[in-house]
Design a protein around this ligand. Structure first.
Ligand code: ADP
Length: 302
């Protein structure tokens, strides 16, 4: 198979591992810089061009779209979909996952457990919003933040008010969330591929003063055994958002597992190093099965 990996840099761990896993299974794998793609949007044979030439035919594409290029990246993935290329995660699911509020609304509709989450526009509603999220301490988050940036824990009502006022004043979209104290700076990252959790790790914040467990914020990763409830929740959450490959973050609370977020381009380095699992290989295997069943459907076999 010819596989393209949409990625800004070929030397990133995740990109490099996907290339390696594809090649070791006998496929060709090219790294395509998302921002160097440009497209011809036409009703007859839409095309993508890359560095001066028409992009060759690929059987499958693995989008690795960073948060800062979501808009353009999703447009490139959409163009590939229009050209009939199998995209591991589709453009709609990628944009859905990037917006934490939209994702939580979709998950809540399907009854997935999550911390109480509030969203408001007007400064007049701050007091009630804080009350709704269970009072302080509470967590304030940017809707489109990543790697723990824009996630703030506020301990007093006065601080909560000031921080919310400041963010709303800056026209930043934020949500206000119940703080799950008992998670004690830890969360569980379930790596979903297709209908399986192929690896899971616990991330623990670097110190008792830090509640964010992100590896980019100094968190430590270790392999963890997940419960059946967590497994089912992670797979359902990925599917509700529409992702085939997802990093689903769960915190363990006194009332059971709660979803924190669903990532559309989860990193491979932390999870592969913590668990020793060949996650990149699982993604390539998923592509093999998916494109095979697609072919069988088209030819009426299987
Ligand atoms: P990002 O997308 O920037 O990683 P998250 O919403 O995943 O932001 O939050 C970052 C980390 O902060 C989580 O991995 C978790 O450890 C911690 N965290 C987030 N929300 C809560 C919460 N409501 N209660 C307790 N801890 C939380």
């Amino acid at each position: 198979m010819n596989i393209a990996i949409l990625s800004r840099k070929r030397d990133l761990y995740s990109t490099h591992r996907l290339v390696e896993a594809a090649k070791s299974r006998g496929h060709r794998a090219d790294v395509i810089d998302t921002l160097r793609c440009y497209m011809n949007i036409t009703s007859v044979s839409p095309t993508i061009h890359y560095k001066g030439n028409e992009l060759r035919h690929y059987d499958a594409v693995i989008p690795r779209i960073g948060a800062s290029i979501t808009f353009y990246g999703a447009a490139v993935v959409r163009q590939l979909e229009m050209m009939g290329v199998f995209c591991v995660n589709d453009s709609v699911a990628i944009t859905r996952a990037r917006d934490k509020l939209r994702s939580l609304q979709l998950l809540s509709k399907k009854g997935i457990g999550m911390p109480i989450t509030g969203f408001a526009h007007s400064l007049d509603e701050i007091q009630d919003l804080i009350k709704m999220a269970g009072g302080v301490p509470l967590v304030i988050k940017f809707l489109e933040g990543t790697q723990g940036i824009g996630v703030v824990l506020v301990e007093t009502a006065k601080a909560a008010r000031s921080v919310i006022e400041a963010f709303l004043g800056l026209k930043v979209n934020i949500m206000v969330q119940e703080y799950i104290k008992e998670s004690a700076g830890a969360d569980v990252r379930c790596f979903v591929v297709g209908d399986k959790v192929v690896a899971a790790m616990k991330r623990q914040s670097e110190s008792p003063e830090e509640f964010r467990s992100n590896l980019h914020r100094g968190g430590m990763a270790s392999e963890i055994e997940i419960t059946e409830e967590e497994r089912t929740m992670a797979i359902r959450a990925a599917h509700i958002i529409g992702l085939n490959v997802a990093g689903v973050d769960i915190v363990r609370s006194n009332r059971g597992p709660l979803i924190i977020e669903v990532n559309a381009s989860p990193g491979l380095e932390g999870i592969e190093k913590a668990t020793g699992k060949d996650v990149a290989g699982s993604i390539i295997e998923f592509i093999e099965h998916s494109t095979e069943s697609e072919k069988n459907r088209a030819t009426g076999k299987g």
